[in-house]
Structures are given as structure tokens and as C-alpha cells.
Write a protein that binds this ligand. Structure first.
Ligand SMILES: C[S@@+](CC[C@H](N)C(=O)[O-])C[C@H]1O[C@@H](n2cnc3c(N)ncnc32)[C@H](O)[C@@H]1O
Length: 319
């Protein structure tokens, strides 16, 4: 399910790391540990991990988004403990570790998807609610933008992506409307796309949910989520990370992954379960951890978050 952002959601620019207490409990960061944060964002989790591993530890942070990393660096420098940040896709984790002369770390975090700062910056193109360039690349130095993909993608392929990556029930109708609209003029703005979807689905932008205090999703929410996942190759990156993950953890090392989309959670669940069967993990989360009531109230983004963890066995036998 896409994040259910509505006019009452978190104010712009406010940033709270999701499931922070749960992450600290699961990863149990101790002084002197080497920890990798695959998705630093603005260092909400990284800053807290860094404080706990202290001056004898090392935090290695990765992010595809160079603009996020600049903010994260400022925040982490103020803490004064050792860290290194890399402008890198986490699919390249092993190369990043090798650059530090490391093969293994004590703990690893991945907090998937986009950050609230990316959504709040209209020019990045992630938001259907604010007008901006239809870009959606987390790494603006490479890859095709959402506008470029939408200009050429075959209708059937688009409908399949909207269905699989956005759980969009009206995928075929939206794909047909997008393809019809692009034959008139290629569209390049988020609001243009949101309007095409709204017209095609004949839904108003915000509708009250029958349950009190809830809102239905904006008609463009699922399409925007699907496009973002497609543009950034998010499932392929996650699959790669999950493949190399047990090889990057020390004996007794722990990994925690927060996902916001059912397709991502399925990949994590299945990889952790099969890893346990193969002996790559000693134990894994039986069920995902979810945000507590208080966090769900104060941070709407946390409502769709699912945290799964895995722990390596004590002996590093082959698997
Ligand atoms: C949900 S945010 C992380 C927020 C962070 N935990 C915090 O508390 O500030 C996800 C971040 O991961 C980055 N990201 C997404 N996919 C990535 C990938 N494959 N490799 C590296 N970074 C990625 C995004 O650019 C974004 O900054």
C-alpha cells in the first residue's frame, strides 16, 4: 500500500525516523561496533546509531541521493564520532565495504523507499500534491526520469507496473489514459499526470473514508508509488541487497529492514525465511514489527512500515 498522505499529514520538513526504538532494540548497537546504514536519508537512524557505537565504532552510510547525504553529513559531524558517507546504491554494498578493507559488519539497516524530504521538495517530482518536474529519480546523476519512461513505455507494460508496484485496481484505465494523453503532448509535470489520473478514474482528490478520521488515498497515489519504484529499480536493488546480505554480516551480526510496500516486504520475508532454512541466519522475525499507536498518530508515514530482522549464526559456516 502506498503511504497514505493527506492534507493533515506530517508538516513539511519535519523529519522523524520511523520505528527508531525498535531498530535500536533489534540491532543493539554497542560501543566499538561497525554499522552500515544502507539508506542514510537525513541520518535520523544513523545519528542515533552513531551516538551508541561511539568514538571507537564506525558508521558507514550509503544513499543514492547526494542531496540527502549533504544534510546527513552536517548532522553526523555534530556528533563527533567516526563515520563515512558514500553516494552509492546499496546494491553496491560489497564494493563500498571493500573500499574500507571490510568484508563484514556487526549490524546493517535499510529503511526503504523515499524520504519525507524528497517528497516535500516539489522539484524532485515525487509528489502528486505539489507541482514539479516529473523526475522521481533518487539519484539525479543517472537513469531515466519518470517523464522519459512515460513517454515511451508500452501501454501493457505500464498497466502491469501500476498493478504490481502500486496495487492500483484501475491500472488498465490509467495506463490507457496516459498513453492517449502523451500522443497529444508529452507531459512533464507532476500535476499534469495527477490530473490525467483523476480524470480517468473520475475520483475527487480527497475523499473521506467511512472510518472516522481516515482519508481515502488520492487517486494518483498508487500510480506515483508504482512509477517511483520503477524509475529507481527499487525491487531489483532490494533483491541484490538481500542476496549479498548474509555475506556482509559477521557471526552474530544483525540486519533490520523497514519496508513500506507489500512487494518489498514479501521479498524480505521470503529471503530471510529461506536464509534461515539454508543456515545463513540463526533466527529471523516471525512477524514484522509495526509502529506503536503513539508513533502511528504522530507520524502517518509509520502506519505502513514493517520491520523485519535477521541474525547470523555464531559460527560462520558456509550456506
Ligand atoms: C526512508 S529514507 C531513509 C530515512 C533515514 N532512515 C532517516 O532516518 O533519515 C530512504 C532513503 O534511502 C535512499 N535510497 C532508496 N533506495 C536506495 C538504494 N537502492 N541505495 C541507496 N539509497 C537508497 C533514498 O534516497 C532515501 O534517502
Amino acid at each position: 500500500m502506498p503511504n497514505q498522505r493527506n492534507p493533515r499529514s506530517t508538516p513539511q520538513g519535519e523529519h522523524r525516523p520511523v520505528l527508531l526504538q525498535e531498530i535500536l532494540q533489534v540491532l543493539d548497537p554497542q560501543p566499538g561496533m561497525v554499522v552500515v546504514d544502507c539508506t542514510v536519508g537525513w541520518a535520523g537512524h544513523s545519528a542515533e546509531l552513531l551516538k551508541r557505537i561511539g568514538p571507537t565504532g564506525l558508521l558507514i552510510g550509503l544513499d543514492m541521493d547526494a542531496e540527502n547525504l549533504a544534510k546527513a553529513r552536517e548532522r553526523m559531524e555534530a556528533i563527533g564520532h567516526p563515520f563515512h558517507l558514500h553516494h552509492s546504491n546499496f546494491a553496491g554494498l560489497q564494493q563500498v565495504l571493500a573500499a574500507h578493507g571490510l568484508a563484514h559488519v556487526d549490524a546493517l539497516l535499510a529503511d526503504l523507499g523515499m524520504s519525507s524530504m524528497q517528497v516535500d521538495d516539489a522539484e524532485r517530482g515525487f509528489s502528486y500534491a505539489r507541482d514539479g518536474t516529473l523526475d522521481m529519480r533518487m539519484d539525479r546523476t543517472r537513469g531515466r526520469t519518470a517523464a522519459e519512461i512515460l513517454a515511451t513505455i508500452p501501454e501493457a507494460e505500464l498497466a502491469e507496473a501500476l498493478q504490481e508496484l502500486g496495487d492500483e485496481p484501475q491500472a488498465a484505465i490509467i495506463a490507457a489514459a496516459i498513453v492517449a494523453a502523451r500522443t497529444q503532448t508529452p507531459f512533464t509535470r507532476t500535476k499534469e499526470l495527477a490530473r490525467i489520473i483523476q480524470d480517468a478514474t473520475k475520483q475527487p482528490s480527497w475523499r473521506l473514508h467511512p472510518a472516522p478520521g481516515k482519508w481515502n488515498l488520492h487517486p494518483a497515489a498508487r500510480t506515483f508509488q508504482a512509477l517511483r519504484i520503477l524509475v529507481n529499480r527499487e525491487l531489483a536493488n532490494l533483491e541484490h541487497l538481500l542476496r549479498v546480505l548474509p555475506h556482509c554480516l559477521r557471526p552474530m551480526g544483525r540486519a533490520a529492514i523497514i519496508s513500506f510496500h507489500s512487494g518489498e516486504d514479501r521479498l524480505v520475508k521470503s529471503s530471510f525465511r529461506s536464509g534461515k532454512e539454508a543456515g545463513a541466519y540463526e533466527s529471523v522475525a516471525a512477524d514484522p514489527l509495526r509502529a506503536a499507536w503513539g508513533e502511528r498518530q504522530s507520524n502517518p508515514r509509520s502506519r505502513s512500515a514493517k520491520l523485519r530482522w535477521a541474525k547470523r549464526p555464531e559460527d560462520s559456516r558456509e550456506f
